[in-house]
Design a binder for this molecule. Structure first.
Ligand code: NAP
Ligand code: GFB
Length: 346
């Protein structure tokens, strides 16, 4: 958790562009994770390109050290201290396939508590806008593809992540109910699988890309095989965390609907786990053997999402290619191995 003079890390700006001289205090829950760090990197990038943009925005990035959002009192104290006008809600119990399969109850209960406390405080503290974060894994497992915004509740999610999926579906429901009953400006975004620097590289608890980068790193060091779990056949869409961050900042500033919005690369960019594994081996110049451990679960075979609504609203957005994003992430991990999150916290 980055601390500057004892308070959550802040990024100060002043700008006439939005709502005249209104100062926006934008609080990011889960500000120290993969997506939270992505937002910090995106704002830094924006500042370099256009130092005088959005100067009325003050960004506050929270971590669990600022308070446990599973606890209603601690959540209220954070809102009393920060007094946010806008909130990007990222904080969650997050993990890959194998952690989700192992801790369904905890993924459900902890996320339900976190989301309920944050959304109730956003209502009580009259936050002007809330953007919450869902995931394409919450969609029904058996539904006509591609996944589009209105199909969230058309059936049961895949069994591997039903705890997390139902907790996240409730965020979409609650956003709508707060909007209808209290006129709250609450909305939500639905990213596909995310990757990038500052990810959770825990082999047991993390997602596939950070898990494979970590395993390939150890295989190179120990001169052992690079083991991929499962058949390598499942398909996924991967969005780079800084791209997602830029789209979430745009959603906060410019998307005014309580209807959820999928934030994803195009359907055509769906790729197999086996191909991703070989791209990682190549990017890390791994010369050893790549093997598939088919005793391990494949989880959901695919969850192809359409980004047509997004590209209709934001046609000029350019996504980072998977090749380039992987190269940056691999370089970051190799240079920051000692500081990176590599331990499972289960
Ligand atoms: P992450 O890297 O695991 O970061 C989680 C963040 O939440 C950290 O800042 C953590 O603080 C904070 N947090 C966790 N439990 C908390 C608690 N009880 N109280 C307060 N803060 C808590 O997660 P991420 O990958 O950035 O995910 C961000 C959002 O994107 C989540 O809502 C997730 O569901 C969603 N999402 C992620 C993916 C993906 O592939 N990663 C895909 C789709 C959607 P500490 O640093 O102090 O632990
Ligand atoms: O990223 P991942 O853990 O999550 O796994 P999901 C993706 C695919 O990679 C699965 C395969 O088919 C795994 O079998 N895989 C191969 C590996 N090697 C590895 C490895 O070393 N580590 C991991 N983790 N996977 C998650 C949901 O599903 O998607 C979460 O469970 C969340 O709730 C996340 O929503 C975005 O894509 O299968």
């Amino acid at each position: 958790m980055e601390e500057t003079n004892g308070s959550p890390s802040k990024m100060m700006k002043k700008d006439e562009e939005i709502n005249g001289n209104d100062k926006h205090i934008i609080m990011v829950t889960g500000g120290t994770g993969l997506v939270g760090k992505g937002i910090q990197m995106a704002l830094e990038k924006e500042k370099k390109i256009n130092p005088n943009s959005h100067l009325n925005e003050e960004w506050v990035f929270l971590s669990s050290k600022d308070g446990d959002l599973r606890n209603a009192q601690e959540t209220k104290k954070i809102f009393e201290r920060v007094k946010p006008t806008h909130v990007i809600h990222l904080a969650a119990r997050v993990g890959g396939l194998f952690a989700n399969m192992k801790y369904k109850v905890e993924f459900f209960r902890e996320n339900v508590m976190i989301n309920d406390n944050v959304m109730e405080c956003c209502k009580d503290f009259k936050v002007k806008k809330l953007v919450s974060c869902l995931s394409t894994c919450i969609y029904p497992d058996k539904v006509e593809y591609p996944l589009t915004e209105e199909k969230i509740h058309l059936g049961a999610p895949h069994t591997s992540n039903e705890g997390y999926a139902y907790a996240k579906r409730l965020v979409e429901v609650l956003s709508r109910l707060y909007s209808e009953e209290y006129g709250c400006n609450f909305t939500s975004v639905i990213p596909t699988n995310i990757y990038g620097c500052h990810d959770n590289f825990s082999i047991d608890g993390g997602h596939v890309i950070p898990g494979l980068i970590h395993k390939c790193y150890l295989a190179k060091q120990n001169n052992t095989n690079f083991t991929i779990w499962g058949s390598g056949k499942p398909l996924r869409q991967f969005i780079y965390n800084v791209d997602l961050a830029e789209l979430m900042i745009w959603t906060l500033r410019s998307y005014n609907s309580s209807e959820p919005l999928i934030l994803s690369v195009a359907e055509e960019d769906e790729i197999s786990i086996g191909e991703v594994a070989h791209m990682i081996a190549e990017s890390m110049e791994f010369k050893g053997e790549v093997i598939f451990d088919t005793t391990k679960s494949d989880g959901q075979f695919r969850k192809p999402a359409s980004n047509k609504k997004l590209t209709g609203l934001h046609p000029e957005f350019k996504f980072t290619s998977l090749k380039e994003g992987l190269a940056t992430t691999v370089k970051w991990f190799e240079e920051n191995y000692s500081k990176a999150r590599t331990q499972s916290h289960d």
